[in-house]
Design a protein around this ligand. Structure first.
Ligand SMILES: [Zn+2]
Length: 421
């Protein structure tokens, strides 16, 4: 193993297929971790999308949710369900429906973004004003920056410390308040492509969190690596209590307290665009006033953090699959756009550099621009990238650019594609 490989801790990369193959229906390739493309040419997300339409009885699932809520609903003035929610379209819809349609008493928990955007903060406040109690958890900022730097430099994901807390913090709050249900939005592995083994489960088993959510690396492993192998982190930077909200709940504590994790997408068919309409109507959610987020054409997903463009950009670098590929592929599966429209959008927006917050990002993780590009290039694999005349190019872009063509990044929506928002 080369020195370079040793310093890449994302355990997903080594298990990627060596030959890039695209799904024949959507625009995802087999470089998305854990996804499988079958002999019929369909990826696991497209197969599951078919099952959502054909073999899942949503009425039955709704009844199942009603029974679950009947079992846990309290009328003694206490909360009975935790919904991790930042005020985004998805979780806002989940919290609102659980309250209005199922009569529950949600306590919403927000794991703070690294740096709020104005629209993210506004949506968070509007959601709160729609009548929800909320606990905003903000981790130790000094430690959080260092973990983000470690995630960026060695795992290829500056978002890793956010993901730790986003998954774990809600359970600690549930435990504290004696609440037995924690409701997340969608099963991302099923909806966007990944390991299918939990497609028919109601929530992610705790033993699968590290592989499915944390790129194979727990926060304790990241901290240990940071301390022992780098000069970025030292034991004087934090106390054990600082790590609590990043750590998944102890499995014995979880069993004893009978806290259950559920995905709302198990019970109701998950359509992101519908969630946007619902949240706009019911919780004051507003789309991105700038028209779209960098790297995609979408204006309503993942709006609240100034640092998240780099998370998506790193996905583009590591797997050749950027933010637009993920958004457009889901919309193909939902029947909102065609594959041809998706490819046109990907050619235009995927991998667009998130320059808007670049200076701020460099300051947040405390590196200079030269170091930034060295780290980025470390995560380009030869299966995905080739260097021609000093320029990096995707080896197998779905849009197959001509030799002298480059993707064109524009703030306008391509003509003829009007079915999406
Ligand atoms: Zn597909």
């Amino acid at each position: 193993m080369s020195e370079l490989k040793q310093k890449i801790l994302d355990r997903q990369i080594v298990s990627l297929p060596k030959t890039v193959v695209y799904c024949s229906r959507c625009a995802i390739s087999n470089q998305r971790p854990r996804i499988k493309i079958g002999d019929d040419g369909l990826c696991s997300a497209c197969r599951f999308s078919d099952e959502k339409d054909s073999s899942i009885d949503w009425k039955e699932r709704g009844d199942e949710l009603k029974k679950l809520c009947d079992l846990h609903r309290r009328n003694d003035g206490r909360w009975d369900i935790v919904v991790p929610c930042s005020g985004g379209k998805d979780a806002s819809m989940v919290a609102h429906k659980l309250r209005e349609d199922y009569g529950m008493h949600p306590l919403t928990v927000t794991w703070s973004p690294f740096e709020y955007t104005d629209i993210g903060w506004q949506n968070f406040r509007e959601f709160n004003k729609a009548g929800f109690n909320n606990i905003l958890l903000t981790p130790n900022g000094k430690l959080h920056r260092k973990l983000s730097r470690l995630g960026f430099e060695f795992v290829g994901d500056n978002f890793l410390p956010f993901i730790y807390g986003q998954m774990a913090a809600a359970f600690h709050v549930a435990h504290q308040f004696g609440i037995k249900l924690v409701f997340f939005g969608e099963n991302g592995e099923a909806e966007y492509g990944g390991d299918s083994k939990n497609n028919y489960k109601r929530g992610m088993p705790l033993e699968d969190w590290a592989n499915s959510y944390f790129k194979g690396l727990t926060v304790d492993e990241l901290v240990k690596f940071g301390e022992e192998e780098t000069s970025i982190l030292s034991c004087s930077d934090y106390d054990q209590s600082d790590l609590q909200f990043y750590r998944p709940p102890d499995i014995d504590v979880l069993r004893k307290s009978e806290i259950e994790m559920h995905w709302f997408s198990y019970y109701e068919k998950w359509v992101p665009q519908e969630n946007f309409f619902y949240a706009s109507e019911n919780t004051g959610f507003k789309a991105n006033p700038e028209g779209r987020s960098q790297g995609t054409y979408s204006k309503y997903a993942s709006l609240d953090d100034r640092m998240d463009g780099f998370h998506y950009y790193l996905g583009f670098i590591k797997f050749g699959l950027g933010r637009c590929t993920s958004d457009a592929s889901h919309e193909v599966r939902d029947g909102h756009i065609t594959r041809e429209e998706a490819i046109a959008l990907i050619k235009r927006f995927d991998g667009e550099f998130p320059n808007k917050y670049f200076e701020e990002f460099l300051g947040y993780i405390d590196i200079d621009e030269e170091k930034f590009w060295n780290i980025i290039n470390k995560f380009r694999t030869p299966e995905v990238w080739t260097k021609e005349s000093g320029e990096w190019r995707l080896r197998h872009a779905i849009y197959s650019l001509g030799a002298d063509e480059e993707p064109v990044y524009s703030s306008s929506i391509p003509e003829g594609s009007r079915k999406f928002i």
